[in-house]
Ligand binder design. Structure first.
Ligand code: NAD
Length: 258
């Protein structure tokens, strides 16, 4: 049985009720996990209020600002986890960012700055969060990140985010290799296209979704709930022998050649 009772889970990346991280947080909560939620702070505090109201029904025991580009906030987040829980069992990395201009048009036009920004937020952050989580995962743990097919195949307009996802997927393998001896598992979920704030920045996202609805073996896209359930599996003992893997939750789309 999928049971996360007594597990402490830190979930990043909830922006609104369409966020994949929201689907994940709901499933971890339903399985009995105690949640810590981080949000991306903004100057007016609008984001904080919105996310706080949304997650209230899940009664998170931690609610923390964490911009992954800010090392002090990352340190403060894990200090708060240590103080509250003493340990950490689950880390969900569910965030990414690239400039909208870099998610359409010619890939070769990507600026150095845009490239560095996308790679820093979307890929390097898995390293910095894992580094901070490692000493707290004293009884082993599970780290799960979210990736997309555009990291292994060319998807129109995905551009620099494809490079970031390729780096992210290799991060999963190198981290899994390093952390395995501490019984910390690291896996990625490659989700099919879902309408969210982040995906709306990718040029032609609706066409991508319609294409999946036509071509995928299941003839539909996936939901946040389905990604959440697969994440709960990867965070639970049911997947205790699985690490360094990318699990496709995409209605089977990735197997198709035509
Ligand atoms: P979303 O917009 O709901 O979530 C993206 C999150 O990233 C937001 O919560 C945002 O606050 C956070 N974020 C951005 N910059 C940050 C920073 N500097 N520090 C901390 N947080 C930051 O969109 P989503 O689609 O749910 O995206 C979640 C993850 O799923 C991303 O990694 C995305 O690439 C991946 N993914 C999405 C799809 C899709 O079609 N939606 C498919 C496969 C993978």
């Amino acid at each position: 049985m999928l049971d996360l009772t007594g597990k402490h889970a830190l979930v990043t990346g909830i922006a609104n009720n369409r966020s994949i991280a929201w689907g994940i947080a709901q499933q971890l909560h339903a399985a009995g996990a105690d949640l810590g939620i981080t949000y991306l702070p903004d100057e007016k505090g609008k984001h904080e209020r919105k996310v706080k109201d949304l997650v209230e029904p899940l009664s998170p025991s931690l609610f923390l600002p964490c911009n992954v580009q800010n090392d002090e906030q990352v340190t403060a987040t894990f200090d708060a986890v240590k103080e509250k829980w003493g340990k950490l069992d689950i880390l969900v990395h569910c965030l990414a960012f690239a400039n909208r201009d870099d998610l359409t048009g010619d890939f070769s036009a990507t600026s150095r700055e845009g490239f560095q920004l996308a790679l820093d937020i979307s890929a390097y952050s898995l390293l910095s969060l894992s580094k901070a989580a490692k000493p707290l995962m004293t009884e082993g743990g599970s780290i799960v990140t979210l990736t997309y097919l555009g990291g292994v195949r060319v998807i129109p307009n995905y551009n620099v985010m494809g490079i970031a996802k390729a780096a992210l997927e290799m991060n999963v393998r190198y981290l899994a290799s390093e952390l395995g001896s501490s019984n910390i598992r690291v896996n990625g979920i490659s989700a099919g296209p879902i309408r969210t704030l982040a995906s709306s920045a990718v040029g032609g996202i609706l066409d991508m979704i319609h294409h999946v609805e036509e071509m995928a073996p299941l003839r539909r896209t996936v939901t946040q709930e389905e990604v959440g359930k697969a994440t709960a599996f990867l965070c639970s003992d049911l997947s205790s022998g699985i690490t360094g893997q990318i699990l496709y939750v995409d209605s089977g789309y990735n197997i198709m050649g035509m």
